[in-house]
Ligand binder design. Structure first.
Ligand SMILES: [Zn+2]
Length: 216
């Protein structure tokens, strides 16, 4: 399986304890989707700039969701470029340090998260550690469960720092965004689709996975 983001997420949050068979996606959670996966599923204003990660199915066919206890790892050395607000929590924009010379330099966005204490732009990390948790959602304000939005961008497409905000990113040429699924280690083997049939009742349909106290 290798050291993929999704395996690191499973390890770090002890999801192996319940057993992850596959990650579940409504069509509106996928990269470049033009539909939403909340409310009535109306069209998005902009095609989706990334992949939303929230639901998974266990080997014994139970369904769970992530929540604000879920820790989010980095799997390689990198550097924090920016931390900006989004409509649920914060977005961390970071750059892998070993951007391969053979491929175009990229940066990664973890959106709707709560950054670890004191994390700030310019910080470097070695990989393997958590840098954030999934941000909590105020159900009165946002008809969505807590989830992680992953985006991968062509680094050269990043605007100057004073323009880094989602309002700007939403309007960027879509070629600035790459499919995050391969980078995260999500593919046909660990991914399942679910039909969207109106409001998702996340509390009943997808309880939060049982959290196991971490050993230190
Ligand atoms: Zn999203």
């Amino acid at each position: 399986m290798g050291n993929t983001f999704i395996n690191a997420l499973i390890d770090m949050n002890r999801l192996d304890h319940v057993g992850v068979k596959q990650w579940l996606f409504y069509p509106g959670m996928l990269f470049r989707s033009s539909s939403s996966w909340w409310g009535t599923g109306r069209p998005r204003n902009f095609t989706h700039e990334g992949l939303d990660l929230c639901f998974f199915e266990t080997n014994d066919a139970k369904r769970f969701r992530l929540d604000s206890s879920t820790r989010i790892p980095v799997t390689q050395p990198g550097k924090i470029l920016y931390i900006i607000d989004d409509f649920i929590g914060k977005t961390i924009i970071w750059e892998p340090i070993c951007n391969s010379r053979k491929s175009i330099p990229i940066c990664v966005l973890y959106a709707h998260v709560t950054p670890e204490n004191r994390l700030k732009a310019g910080d470097a990390f070695s990989g393997g550690e958590p840098i954030a948790r999934v941000a909590p959602v105020d159900p009165e304000r946002t008809p969505l469960p807590p989830h992680l939005h992953l985006s991968v961008m062509v680094k050269a497409a990043l605007p100057f720092s004073d323009r880094i905000e989602w309002k700007y990113l939403n309007h960027m040429d879509r070629s600035a965004f790459l499919d995050p699924a391969p980078l995260a280690g999500i593919d046909a083997l660990n991914m399942g689709m679910i039909d969207f049939a109106g409001n998702v009742n996340v509390c009943d349909d997808y309880p939060v996975y049982p959290v196991i106290e971490m050993e230190n």
